[in-house]
Structures are given as C-alpha cells and as structure tokens.
Design a protein around this ligand. Structure first.
Ligand code: 3PG
Length: 418
C-alpha cells in the first residue's frame, strides 16, 4: 500500500526517516537533502490531519552521545516543515511515551537517536575484547531478546507505520524492519521517498531502455565486485572510472607509477574484463590520465597515457581523451547509472573529469535518457557542479542503493511487503 491510499486524519504515524545528515564541528547541517526528501511524506500526513512521531538514526554511536543527538537538527526540521517540532530526549522511557500520547493532529514529535540503544541494531555493545564465544553468544541472545521489547515500545506510540528511510533500507534494524510486524497490512506503508527510490532502481534493473551505460567510480574494485558482476548481465556499456582504473591498467601490464592500486585484485580485474567480453558488454576504460607528483591539490600536474605513468607520479583524474570517449558513450545512452567520481574531486584541480561526465549525463537526460545518480560521492559531485536538477533522479541512498543494484532484497522494503 502506498501513502496516497491512506487517510491519516486523527491517526498517529510512526515515520522512520533517514536523517543521517552530515554536521560540521558546530553542528550545522552541511547537506540537508535527506531531510528535504522526506518532507512530502511528512506534509501529506499533516495535511490529512494526522500527527507524526519521527524516528531516525544519526551516525554510528555506541551509546548516548551529544555529538550524535538529533536535537542538532530539530530547529532546521521545524523550519523546513513550518511546524514547531517537539523533541523527546530519549526514544524510550516516560518522556517519549507521554509526548507521543499527547500529540494532537498537525503536531510532530522527533525522537532522540534510535541508535543510542543497542536494541535498534540488535548487536551487543561493550563486550570485553577477550570475551569468550559463549559470552558473545549470550550477549547476542540478550540483545535480541530486549530488542523485541524495544521494537514493541516504538510501535506502541502510533496507529500506523510509514517507512521513508531508503538510505537505511539495507539494515534489518528494529525501526526499519522488525517494527513492521506490529502493524497489520492496512496500517504499514512506504512513504513517497521510498516509492520514488524503488521506482528509480527498477528503471535501471528491470525497465531498461537501451543502450544502458553504468559509470562506476571509486577507489577500490574490491568494494564494487558484486555490483559490477550484477550489472554485467544488464548493461551495454560499463565505464570504469576513479581509482579502480589503475588496478585494471596494471592488470593489463600498464605502468601506473604510484597510483592507487589493489595488487591482490589484478586477477579479479582481468576476470571482470573477460566476463564483460563473454556477455557482450562494452567495458570502457580510461586511455589517459591527469597525473600529479603528490596527492595534493597543489601538486605539479600533466597528462599522459594511462598505462605510461612515470615513477613517482599518480593518476588523480581522467585526461581529455578519456573525457571525450566517456562523454560520447554517455550521450548515446538511454539509461544511465552513475556511481562514483572519475577522480579525486575533493581537490578542485582534479574535478574536470567528473564534471565532464556529469555534463554528458545532463545532456543525455535532456535527450530523453533516464539517469540515476547515487551512492555517496557522485551525489556530492552533481550537487557541487549544480547539475542535480539536470539528471532524472538523485538517490538519497549510499549503501542501500548499491545493495539494491547488486540485486539484493532490502530488509526495509521486504518488511512492508511481507
Ligand atoms: C547511510 O548514511 O548510508 C545510512 O544512513 C545508513 O547508515 P549506516 O551505514 O550507518 O547504517
């Protein structure tokens, strides 16, 4: 069931969102996209005459810690929603229960970080380093047991459950998955954001318009093996970009200087190339690189063939010939997935390749292609270059998007559908 089929008038909704947003040292939010992305769902509930209990995590705390408190986002959330959002200093306990019970239509309560409790993740904390296997097993059993009470308590705050936390949908946690079983099928649903994300993933996995091009960046091929393998049976073109380029180049016998490389993954790189060939996938690799004599924005730079990088130099971005080749493939595509920049885009002098890829995607999108950008740094890239509005969809998911594209069933999605 989708949120549009539900009337929230007089109902209390527990809405799991992913407000895991980056904060600077003064606790200012440096990127509020995930908060903005949840607004349509929150506003629909309020417009219907419902009230909301918001649950989220922030970071990976190992217990209560001011640094990870959701109070830091309270003011901004109130501004975005246009409603004075209340706050419960603890997601469990008296305060949360009393405030949730007293909520009136149109009111919103934000609960403190759910991960202040080990029960949210269902993993034991504080185990001694020398704990025996039995002690570990007992601690695991204990937290799984208390997780039931924790989950039940969260569920007791509301009449219905809405999951709009796509960014956390790959975690089988209390508030993202287990809680769903405390609501019958007519009272649990996805929010608008979740719906949009799932549809976007579907367009690159199932409803593919060809040619389909995936641009995979990132420094390590090892962290992208499963996704690349799954994509090999879907894509027409697979562009390999970013640091993992050099593992491929070295595997083929090229000279890569001191470029980043996973020496134990050379065979894997060759194997992926072989698989691509067998499947008729056009694997597109860089032919030239922008190289630097230090890992620094101010290093000396020059361009050279990607397999002729001199000793003491490292590739930090693609070169102009590669930009042209990549852009050409992208502009001729009808479905595009971009995950990971072409170079060290945090350094201004090595952003050119990523910008060129982003611009080619925008042009293809103008010509009717569907483009999905997601997974951490590529999102930061399109935002940095002001290209976000020119692509079809920018995902709020990092790991969740990657797991979805690997073809995995995400627990947060399965729990609603069960
Ligand atoms: C993310 O930022 O990818 C999500 O909020 C999930 O966070 P996690 O990796 O700590 O579970």
């Amino acid at each position: 069931m989708t949120i549009d089929q539900f009337n929230f008038a007089g109902k209390k909704a527990f809405v799991r969102v992913d407000f895991n947003v980056p904060l600077d040292e003064n606790f200012n939010i440096t990127d509020d996209n995930r908060m903005r992305a949840a607004l349509p769902t929150l506003k629909k509930i309020l417009a219907d005459g419902g009230s909301i209990i918001i649950g989220s995590h922030l970071g990976r705390p190992k217990g209560p810690a001011d640094k990870f408190s959701l109070k830091h986002i309270l003011k901004h959330l109130s501004e975005l929603l246009g409603v004075e959002v209340q706050f419960a200093n603890d997601c469990m306990g008296e305060e949360a229960a009393v405030k949730a019970a007293a909520l009136q239509p149109g009111e919103v309560l934000l609960l403190e970080n759910l991960r202040f409790y080990a029960e949210e993740e269902g993993k034991p904390r504080g185990l001694a380093e020398d704990a025996t296997d039995e002690e570990k097993a007992a601690a695991k059993k204990a937290v799984k047991e208390s997780q039931k009470e924790f989950t039940k308590k969260l569920a007791s705050y509301a009449d219905c459950y809405v999951n709009d936390a796509f960014g956390t949908a790959h975690r089988a946690h209390a508030s993202t998955a287990l809680i769903a079983k405390y609501f019958d099928k007519d009272n649990k649903m996805f929010g608008y954001l979740m719906e949009k994300e799932v549809k976007a993933v579907d367009k690159v996995l199932n409803d593919i318009k060809r040619p389909f091009t995936a641009i995979m960046g990132g420094s390590k091929v090892s962290s992208k093996i499963e996704i690349i393998e799954n994509l090999l049976s879907k894509v027409d073109n697979l562009i390999i970009a970013g640091g993992m380029t050099y593992t491929f180049t070295k595997a083929m016998g090229g000279k890569i200087g001191i470029s980043i490389c996973e020496d134990d993954k050379l065979d894997l790189a060759l194997d992926l190339m072989k698989k691509a060939k067998e499947k008729g996938v056009n694997m597109v690799l860089a032919v030239d690189a922008k190289i630097a004599d230090a890992f620094s924005n101010d290093a000396n730079t020059k361009f050279c063939p990607v397999d002729e990088i001199p000793d003491g130099w490292e590739g930090l971005d693609i070169g102009p010939k590669t930009e042209e080749i990549f852009a050409d493939v992208i502009k001729n595509s009808k479905t595009i997935l971009w995950n990971g920049p072409t170079g060290v885009f945090e350094f201004e002098n090595f952003t050119h390749g990523s910008r060129a890829v982003g611009e080619a995607i925008v042009e293809a999108t103008k010509n009717g292609a569907f483009s999905l950008v997601g997974g951490g740094d590529s999102v930061a890239c399109v935002n940095k270059f002001g290209l976000a509005s020119g692509v079809s969809y920018v995902s709020t998911g990092g790991g969740a998007l990657l797991e979805a594209i690997e073809g995995k069933v995400l627990p947060g999605i399965a729990a609603i559908n069960e």
